[in-house]
Design a binder for this molecule. Structure first.
Ligand SMILES: C[S@@+](CC[C@H](N)C(=O)[O-])C[C@H]1O[C@@H](n2cnc3c(N)ncnc32)[C@H](O)[C@@H]1O
Length: 264
């Protein structure tokens, strides 16, 4: 008889399944010190709108960001802070940093942005006490909180970190508290999709007397009322539009943790 071995913890050399979703999972061989990079995820306008509002960004704002990734958020920030503001964006993946610089040049916004190819957790943003806002979209934001604090202006600078997992949020909130940040809030923004369709309902035949007495406030000569009943009375049906929310909301992108730098 042959046995199947199971362990309580993952060991060196084991095969682990990286599960990103039902349509995206793959095996990796576990090796000490090695890293698995997934495809760069970009931020979309729903999250971007909340980030821009909560960071109080406006023309003239100075903003620090890491990582740059595909530059989706960077472009939105640049559009918001132009023509007098500036974005300092830090990306440790060399090709991504170079590609972002190339795109900023192509889009003629290079005068509004500085790209730095370095590790934000080790080297920070390269600016001190001048940023109105700092934004982090990296796997371990808690390691960069000290650098975020140094980059922000002395008082009132706003901070935001985007993380897909709640465990990352917990560590980030603890680090924010340790560094004296206040107004720490985590928000999630979800788009609720409605299925809009036309519904037909049979009009019950309640007889002549019921028809005369019912709905005394209903004026059938009113154009709006005629529109609601439009074309359906002859067939004995009423048609109307109905919006039904879908039962499953698959909209989770990440949690947005906001905070304010206060005078300590
Ligand atoms: C999810 S992507 C950012 C996407 C970006 N917000 C957008 O909208 O396109 C994360 C990026 O952070 C970079 N990154 C991760 N850790 C970093 C670190 N410690 N310093 C600098 N960049 C880092 C990764 O190389 C990756 O390109």
């Amino acid at each position: 008889m042959s046995f199947v071995e199971y362990g309580d913890t993952i060991q060196e050399g084991d095969t682990a399944i990286v599960f990103l979703g039902h349509e995206s999972m793959f095996p990796v061989k576990v090796q000490h010190g090695s890293k698995t990079q997934t495809k760069t995820q970009i931020l979309y306008s729903t999250d971007i709108s909340l980030i821009t509002m909560m960071l109080e960004l406006k023309p003239g704002s100075i903003v620090c960001e890491s990582g740059t990734g595909s530059g989706s958020l960077s472009h939105a920030i640049i559009r918001t802070v132009a023509p007098t503001g500036h974005l300092y964006t830090v990306e440790f993946h060399q090709q991504r940093a170079e590609k972002a610089m190339e795109e900023f040049r192509e889009h003629k916004v290079e005068h509004l942005v500085t790209v730095k190819n370095q590790d934000v957790c080790k080297n920070g943003f390269g600016v001190s006490n001048m940023a109105d806002a700092v934004f982090l979209d990296i796997p371990s934001p808690w390691e960069a909180i000290g650098h975020a604090k140094s980059a922000l202006k002395v008082e009132g600078g706003r901070f935001c970190s985007f993380s897909p997992c709640i465990e990352q949020v917990q560590r980030t909130c603890l680090a924010l508290e340790e560094h004296g940040f206040t107004e720490i809030n985590t928000l999630e923004i979800l788009l609720r999709v409605y299925n809009v369709r036309t519904i037909s309902l049979q009009i019950p035949d309640l007889g002549k007397a019921a028809e005369d007495n019912s709905n005394p406030g209903f004026d059938s000569s009113n154009q709006a009322n005629q529109g609601v009943m439009c074309g359906s009375q002859q067939q004995g049906t009423a048609q109307f539009k109905s919006g039904v929310p879908l039962r499953e909301m698959v909209g989770h992108t990440g949690y947005l943790t906001f905070a304010t730098k206060s005078l300590s």
